[in-house]
Design a protein around this ligand. Sequence first.
Ligand SMILES: [Zn+2]
Length: 200
Amino acid sequence: MTGFPWRTAPPSAAVDLLGLAAGRSAIRFRLPGDVDLAQQCAHAHGLSMEYDGTYAVWSRSEAHGRRVMQVDRSRTPHVAELGDLLGYPSCCTNAAQASGEAGIDALAAAASRWRLSGERALLDISEYSGGVALLSHVPCGPDCLESVAQARAALAVAARLASTAANPGRWQAIATRFRDHTPVSPVRTTFPFSRTSFHK
Ligand SMILES: [Zn+2]
């Protein structure tokens, strides 16, 4: 079993992986090196990988991964379509489309300033780049229930990895950060998330 290329991928790839394991159709992350290692790791999990020299796309089918790359490269506005292909809630992708690709950073900055209480605290993406978040997208608002549902599913995977992975540090950081909202229901993942994978 090959590990995930943590040496080269950004910390935020951990957040992306949680989303994928929790049911998203594809993820896209920066991969400046260790491309062969990433490919082996994807294949070991029954996933396909596309690579454009900078970004890797992992998905459940080659056709879907190719489509993500194709849309990502297109010169016409594609924020909503790309978001749909990556499995983000449509309310959020529509909000992002309205602000345009250049406006997403401003949306993310605004979202980082939300005062979130109760279960909505799961929507906190302020530490995404450091790899401590549950969502890879900017929620359309602090009351987005679809985002809360996705975050809850990601947290369930993080909590499981925090107690089963051989090297659980990064998963513990996420599970601990959102500990007050750890789901008590059984965890289901949509692809085989082995005990030892992604631990390096
Ligand atoms: Zn939304």
